[in-house]
Design a protein around this ligand. Structure first.
Ligand code: ADE
Length: 224
């Protein structure tokens, strides 16, 4: 899989891809992540990528030209399955969406900043708009990273234990059960006996029961 991220603040994106699971996935060529500095596509000597909003209203708007130039360059080199714009008024990200994005080969993600982006970018180039939740951040870089991490951890070869991602919360519309590690007794707080029993069938039943109990308590709408 290849992910191209177009951003006015590319520095914000670099560190997360340089450590831990994301770095390992890149090193193992499970995924290729290419970060593009929107400013380098500006067609003026001051590298300006934003301008005043037509019709007034406060705040600056990301211009269409640099975005168009970058997207057209990328699309001249390969075919993309989807072009995503991250925005608080997009469709809310969930596990189902991450699963389906993880099946694609080439993705472009565009990060906004300032008051927003020229509507014509959305009309002409964007296939889907994704929000990471009902709150507003200062730009699309952190949402783009959230989307990337949720996709990349699903790709075969990115995690040590491939069965791990399948037992995540939300994969089967259930929240994950509690988990424990050593010590078996911390100052009198004991790990449930069943987990020490070695009885795989009973352990699996216990985990399923715990998942259902937790989901009923915290997210009953998932069970409907
Ligand atoms: N940009 C700013 N806030 C955002 C959000 N909640 N989701 C996606 N993109 C955003």
């Amino acid at each position: 899989m290849r992910i191209d991220i177009i951003s006015p603040l590319p520095e914000l994106l670099k560190a997360p891809f340089s450590t831990s699971i994301l770095k390992r996935a890149i090193d193992k060529k499970v995924v290729e992540v290419c970060i593009h500095d929107l400013r380098s596509f500006a067609n003026n000597k001051h590298k300006k990528i934003d301008d005043y909003s037509y019709g007034g209203g406060g705040g600056m708007v990301l211009m269409i030209e640099p975005v168009a130039k970058c997207i057209e360059l990328l699309k001249s080199k390969r075919t993309y399955d989807t072009t995503i714009f991250v925005t608080p008024d997009g469709q809310k990200l969930n596990q189902k969406k991450s699963n389906s994005l993880s099946q694609l080969n080439n993705i472009i993600i565009i990060c906004g900043r300032y008051e927003g982006i020229d509507q014509r970018v959305r009309d002409l180039f964007i296939d889907q708009e994704i929000s990471i939740g009902d709150y507003v951040l200062m730009g699309g870089e952190l949402p783009a990273l959230v989307i990337c991490e949720s996709i990349i951890r699903l790709l075969p070869g990115s995690m040590n234990n491939s069965s791990c991602a399948l037992s995540d919360s939300f994969q089967d519309n259930l929240l994950a059960p509690p988990i424990y590690t050593r010590p078996a007794n911390f100052k009198g707080h004991k790990v449930p006996d069943i987990l020490l029993s070695g009885n795989e069938k009973k352990i699996s039943q216990w985990r399923e029961d715990q998942s259902i109990i937790k989901t009923k308590e915290r997210r009953p709408e998932l069970l409907k």
